[in-house]
Design a protein around this ligand. Sequence first.
Ligand code: ZN
Ligand code: ZN
Length: 575
Amino acid sequence: MELMTSGRSDYRIVIGKDASPGTRYAAEELSKYLSAIGGAALPVVTDEEEPAEKEIVIGKADREGLPSASALKNDGYILRSAGKRLFLTGENERGNVYAVYGLLERHLGCRFFAWDAERVPRRDPLTVPALDEAVIPAFAYRSTSWHGVAAFPEFALKRGMSNARGTPVTPVLPHSLCHTLFNFVSPEEYFETHPEYFSMVDGKRVRDRTQLCLTNPDVLSITVGRLKETIRSHPECRYFSVSQMDWYNPCECPACRKIDEEEGSHMGTVLRFVNACADAVKDEFPDVLIETLAYQYTRRPPKITKPRDNVCICLCSIECCFTHPMRSCQVPVRPFKHLVDWDHPFQEDLRGWGKLTNNLFIWDYTTNFRFYLAPMINLHVLQDNIRFFLENGVSSIFEQGNGQARSGEFGELRAYLLTRLMWEPEGDVSRWTDEFLEGYYGAAGKALRRYIDLLSDHVTRHGVHAGIYESPMDVVPNTMLPALTALFDEAEEAVRNDPESLSHVKRSRLQLEFIKHQRRLPSSDDFQGEAEALIEKISLSGVERIQESASLEESFEEIRKGDLPDSWEVFWRPF
Ligand SMILES: [Zn+2]
Ligand SMILES: [Zn+2]
């Protein structure tokens, strides 16, 4: 199918006369990119116009040959040619948009690497092969907080994310996902008058770092009332969270304890409570899911109670080792060694929940939350971890990354791979990686691939286990630093005349500068001067945060003092 020759085309783009703003957006995007590739700007018309021979039809439109979308799911789409007509048919509005980007990526050589890095080839003539394919993402809900995706909704759409807010395309939105019990019953409001609403710990009702007494009927009725108000005032949202606070201290009153003992898990009281909330809202809000965390002390599935159909379980992988495939490594990592019952692994809980619900949501962790600049050596396990989730019935996924700032490591690559894997867990990650490295880092890509492989081989071969708060001290040995430095030198040299790629390389190099500084391995005896030089590099790179829970200025103070903690006790505030 020849769409354009010498910058001219007889084709037009057709949408339904009642097409939604999101589908119109899909048509405009297609016109824009085809024009960039082949030089002709195709007009966008509605199906009220008489059919013509040469048309690209997006979404539902009154045209002969329109494919049925009934077999699609998860916002999937069909690309099908019929004679000289091409159909881009999504399950829904999001599917229509993804169909446009799918055509561009799969068949016209476009690549959407990062919000500021795309590859759009020129083609003359611009042709499309005969097509008949259905593309269905592996996961129904796909999301990540990696900054380069989450902060750029147009790019998030290109990467097929479900929750891109702020474009004409209607997203799937969680109102909340975590730590919401106090939104309903807070100690500030109720502890003075009703201490019995809160956790009993060691025989006493506690106010600090407390949870709720979930067998108390008043707690349920207050929660249900406020939950309904919240849902009514947020008709745009699908997920509403009723979930534990971000610490331990579940209630041990006789009624709660009895349930948790018979259920073999503190999730017993939580899930019975959440089910009751879900039952109470079901009739008024049949499309809403009540989400709760399976996290820390609520991670283990209960023995008796099953989640209702309108309950969503959000299982968190926070305690796992992330340098080895999650399905096989069960080695305790810091700082969770003392907090978690390691005889009862995450893997078993994942399998258990997968058998209990069709609404299993995974909250996964893909950066070092203690030091965003530390090398997070997980690129080689992302694919297997996502496969492991899928095999166990996970339908929704949130890949938490550095959502606070541009990456001074390989965050853009990681976001690219994760977003592709959420669609296509069997994809060719090695090829995707090489394409990205070449597209984003130019001629430096080859050296950076060797850098990445060197670190991946190191943690694999030497059994180096690392969690999300690991100190790089324990992950990257000093003996590797000369080889790693040489690879970044080679990378910079390769792009010395390519300012954009060079700026990407220099920003990613912050990971090495950071660990050298943390170890007080300056190249001169001027520690203070080196600290200021590192601070300047971070500032110039546009990275606005290097620790999850400290401002950039606070982090800079630590760098100046040489105070970047190497012991997790310094950092970690126990639950
Ligand atoms: Zn209780
Ligand atoms: Zn491990």
